[in-house]
Design a protein around this ligand. Structure first.
Ligand code: NAP
Length: 313
């Protein structure tokens, strides 16, 4: 009997890599699937491996679809698509979590050590300045303690930073002071000399960093946003940078991507722009997640990492 038909609707350039990685991961699970990157018979497709860059937005022709398996962790572009009537699983990829932890660690260390002072200022005269505090005396806050936020938090804890984290539900994570609710947000913000945003973009989280919440941070705090651009009110961020309430913002994600050439973030001396590269989905490890969900779907077992469409993530 023919196995399930899996349509790859991701980045076209990555199809050969994903085809090989998915074939291996499916075979390792004993699933004999047929993998294609186009089809004339959408009604025969069982699973779609999906990224928004494919341009696919109408799921109506896929009448036999069992699930859509996202290659992206963030699903705000697809989760409220009315033509999508089957389970949607987001990407949880150990490779992506490791990449995010490294991005966060690198940018936290840059600001913690004040590296710019030496890297950007390579001429004399010699200027004395105080040495930075030890990591143990540099409180870091993380908004979002999911797959990526908890991986970043764990990496920073290992370096000795005191970490406070915030999530929708109360968490209990080793070495991390976990908070939830409005009071919890205030507790985290009031302590965070460096704040990392790793929330999904939902109706509840949009503009969560605004004039009011930015004012809760200690003066001179740094914001690092590898989450989603609209988590931050851009105008309020620029005001906070100009007033000295923030000393720097390192931003990987933006309301409009690519960030337009004339956007004020480019020219701002205290904004660092990275081009949405905090982590990538890594095909080898992501293929394991996708293949496991196809195996589960075929075995009638519950899918992993399902998106709650009401909650929005
Ligand atoms: P996740 O596992 O779903 O975790 C989301 C976290 O946010 C959870 O801890 C959740 O709380 C918390 N949260 C959600 N809504 C909240 C609210 N209203 N108030 C407080 N906390 C809330 O997601 P993830 O895999 O860690 O990914 C996080 C985000 O990173 C993605 O959605 C995506 O936007 C972004 N991302 C960016 C890149 C990049 O290249 N820059 C790459 C991948 C992902 P609970 O634990 O209580 O549910």
């Amino acid at each position: 009997m023919a196995g399930p038909l899996v349509l790859y609707a991701g980045d076209a350039a990555e199809w050969p890599v994903y085809r090989a990685a998915l074939n291996d991961a499916l075979e390792a699970r004993g699933v004999r699937a047929r993998l294609v990157n186009r089809t004339e018979a959408p009604e025969k497709v069982d699973y779609i491996v999906y990224a928004p860059s494919s341009g696919l937005s109408d799921f109506t022709p896929f009448t036999g679809l069992k699930a859509v398996l996202s290659l992206w962790a963030g699903v705000e572009k697809i989760q409220n698509n009315p033509t999508l009537q089957v389970p949607l699983a987001r990407m949880v990829d150990p490779g992506m979590s490791a990449g995010m932890a490294e991005y966060v660690l690198g940018h936290v260390m840059r600001h913690h050590l004040g590296m710019d002072a030496d890297i950007l200022n390579r001429t004399g005269p010699w200027r004395n300045r105080p040495a930075p505090p030890l990591a143990k005396d540099r409180p870091v806050g993380i908004l979002g303690l999911g797959a990526l936020g908890s991986a970043a938090a764990e990496r920073l804890v290992a370096q000795g930073f005191p970490i406070s984290g915030w999530a929708r539900t109360q968490k209990d994570l080793p070495g991390i002071a976990c908070h939830s609710g409005a009071d919890g947000l205030q507790d985290v913000l009031s302590r965070a000399q460096i704040l990392v945003l790793l929330l999904p973009l939902t109706g509840e989280t949009e503009n969560i960093l605004n004039a009011e919440t930015l004012a809760m941070l200690p003066r001179g705090a740094v914001v690092i946003n590898p989450g989603r651009g609209p988590l931050i009110d851009d105008e309020a961020l620029l005001d906070a940078l100009d007033s000295g309430q923030l000393s720097h913002a390192t931003l990987d994600v933006f309301r409009t991507e690519p960030l337009p050439d004339d956007h004020p973030f480019w020219a701002h001396p205290r904004v660092t722009v990275t081009p949405h590269i905090a982590p990538e989905t890594r095909p080898q490890t992501a293929a394991e997640t996708i293949a496991e969900n196809i195996r589960r779907g075929e075995a009638g077992e519950p899918f992993l990492h399902l998106v709650d469409r009401q909650r929005g993530y």
